[in-house]
Design a protein. Structure first.
Length: 190
């Protein structure tokens, strides 16, 4: 009787240890999976914002260039026509120069009438705001990604979970680090 009771207690202890071990392995593995998916999700958000910048910024730059070019061409025409008026010596030259200036001014008025909000400085300010907003979004998503990587890396490197991480093939994730060139301020050229 004593032997059976000892055997039953021994089996119960072994079962509790096995269940505890199973619970630890299962819980740790599932935590690794959740953290790994968190890292992947955070990276997807970084890529999403990088894609946004990729898609948005060239379009904004081209839009601003288009408006600035349109304004610049009309302003150059007005400036050139004005210079011709100032340089005209004969009556015919003055008439022709003033007609050119009138035509350039009327084109400028048409541009302003069609696009009352067409002011290069506003477009450039808007572009600057969009650039800053996009860069801020990227910075936020990079920070979130690095936080997810840190949590994941700590989890797979902590003892005794690191043993299971090695067994199941969970490897350290890489942090998003700024390249050395990022130390220099970006230059936006138009």
């Amino acid at each position: 009787m004593k032997g059976k009771k000892g055997l039953i207690i021994g089996l119960i202890i072994i079962a509790v240890i096995l269940l505890s071990l199973y619970g630890f392995v299962k819980g740790t593995y599932n935590r690794f999976v959740a953290l790994d998916e968190g890292v992947k999700s955070a990276w997807a958000q970084v890529e999403n914002q990088l894609q946004r910048r990729y898609d948005l910024i060239p379009n904004l730059v081209e839009t601003v260039k288009g408006y600035a070019k349109q304004e610049r061409e009309v302003l150059v025409e007005v400036t050139n026509a004005r210079a011709k008026v100032g340089g005209a010596k004969t009556v015919e030259d003055k008439i022709q120069a003033n007609n050119e200036l009138s035509g350039a001014l009327s084109r400028l008025l048409v541009v302003v009438e069609r696009y009352p909000d067409l002011k290069s400085n506003q477009n450039f300010l808007r572009l600057q705001d969009e650039l800053a907003g996009t860069e801020n979004r990227i910075a936020v998503e990079r920070r979130r990604y690095n936080e997810a990587v840190q949590a994941y890396n700590v989890a797979i490197r902590s003892f005794p979970a690191n043993i299971l991480a090695g067994i199941f093939g969970f490897e350290k994730a890489a942090f998003f680090e700024a390249p050395a060139a990022a130390k220099e301020a970006p230059k936006v050229k138009f």
